[in-house]
Design a protein around this ligand. Structure first.
Ligand code: GRF
Length: 193
């Protein structure tokens, strides 16, 4: 079977990136990670890429806080195309993507979010769910569009909220679910590409 070429973008600790790279390594995910790109210098996700011998790039984001400077986003498209990337996987990437990326990779950019969207988009979604008194939350994989944590939902996994949960314990259990769900969903998408 053809290996689908992935580009992984992240800003942080990279635990989802690790889960994806492990799934590729153990043969559960028929894909190749072509490049890992971060907007944060020395982000742990870049170290994880190196651990798995995946090319990795720090992309200075420019002057804005929540998005990439347009010239930088155009450079990102160039990098991903240069690496022959077919599916762009956001794994904790803390910037909103705009036209250059969305037009270059239509329905080929996916994200994972720690809530059952459309509930609780935005930051610290597990805290939002706890604060709202929910008994169930979870994680969502969705196609990326121009809005934050929005776009067609591909798959979700529920995580119960226990009476004893703290923000930390809930976040940790959601991440366990993410590490199972994301590689599975990517594998399914790769079969269709
Ligand atoms: C995940 O919880 C994901 O849902 C959110 O950002 C977090 C990234 O965590 N979009 P990690 O860097 O993969 O550990």
């Amino acid at each position: 079977m053809k290996r689908v070429q992935l580009g992984i973008l992240g800003s942080g600790k990279g635990s989802n990136c690790r889960a994806i790279l492990e799934s590729i390594r153990n043969g559960k995910l028929c894909a190749e990670a072509r490049v890992v790109i971060s907007d944060i210098l020395n982000a742990p996700i870049l170290k994880i890429a190196r651990e798995f011998s995946v090319p990795n790039v720090y992309l200075p984001p420019g002057q804005f806080r929540t998005r990439l400077e347009p010239t930088v986003e155009t450079e990102l498209v160039r990098l991903l195309r240069g690496a022959k990337v077919e599916l762009v996987v956001l794994a904790g990437f803390m910037r909103v993507l705009k036209t250059p990326m969305l037009e270059a990779f239509p329905r080929r950019i996916i994200n994972i979010h720690p809530s059952l969207l459309p509930k609780f988009p935005g930051l610290e979604a597990w805290k939002q769910a706890l604060g709202a008194g929910e008994t169930v939350t979870g994680c969502t994989v969705h196609f990326v569009d121009e809005k934050v944590d929005h776009g067609d939902i591909i798959a979700q996994r529920e995580v119960p909220i226990l009476p004893t949960d703290t923000a930390e314990s809930l976040q940790a259990r959601i991440q366990v679910a993410e590490h199972e769900l994301y590689p599975e969903v990517i594998a399914e998408l790769c079969r269709e590409i």
